[in-house]
Design a protein around this ligand. Sequence first.
Ligand code: C2E
Ligand code: MG
Ligand code: MG
Ligand code: MG
Length: 281
Amino acid sequence: LEVLDECVELKDRDNSTTPRAKHGRDLAEFLNSADADKEFNLVYQPRVCSATGDTKSIEALIRWNSPTLGQVSPAAFIPAAEKTGDIIWITEWALNAACATWTNWRDTQGRQMPLSVNISPVLFGDPRLVDTVSRVLKKTGFSPRSLQLEITEGLELHQHKTAAGTVAEIKKMGVRLSLDDFGTGYVSFAFLRSLGLDCLKVARKFVSKATTNPSEGAVLLAVRELGHRLGIKTIAEGIEDDVHANFVRALGYDEMQGYHFSKPVPANELANWLRKHPAVV
Ligand code: C2E
Ligand code: MG
Ligand code: MG
Ligand code: MG
């Protein structure tokens, strides 16, 4: 139900359809037979420095244009793919497409453009994830240090006994790690510290309510404080206007992301953004 609620919310945003409202058939069937190169594409959203406005990195977000269902939101099909196991090849497709697209892009210092790719937390219990990441890095020549994996703070993360080991192997490659939608899940402080995170992204819902509701503002402040004390960068997503931006900047968030700066856009449009707002890493 939560997923469907989110679909409705997302439908208003990007004209996506709610698959089940349109078709009785299971979404998973269409997903399993999807032709990735034809039906999937990636859009990119910049992450900007709160202090300077420079681009700090870009996040890849997947889109599915199904010939039968139309545009399906990732908030609907990613959970379905997690259940069926299709998530592993979808992840490899997304990682590969993102790294291949940006491998030759440089920041103002000539360093590689930092890139974030979302990885479902269920994959931290999958021994194939480490091989997938290293295979993509090898194939595309993308620098591990410029790649960041965003894991959603799902229940699955610490349920898997192998998650800590997977995280350690990924860190050993030099790849960075970020915890997404922080504040909505189940990660304990002990587990959070053990992950060796580079970034904490506070969930959008705290940002959207913070300027009118003091208790949401208190959560934002607490997350920023936790990050700073643990030496982890803090990022606020869902910045939609100046009020949000000024609020999280005043709280001391390192980076911001949201429609106020740019919606997620195709790579060629993001390249235009980067010409106007060069990456300073
Ligand atoms: P996320 O990683 O937390 O991404 C942020 C979501 O918020 C994106 O939705 C983005 O389009 C949206 N967003 C960004 N700025 C704003 C804003 O200012 N206001 C509002 N209202 N929304 C904003 P999207 O692209 O629909 O993705 C939803 C979720 O699906 C992502 O949340 C992520 O968890 C998952 N996802 C997306 N792409 C992938 C992927 O390639 N792999 C995996 N495993 N998950 C993905
Ligand atoms: Mg993300
Ligand atoms: Mg998020
Ligand atoms: Mg999310």
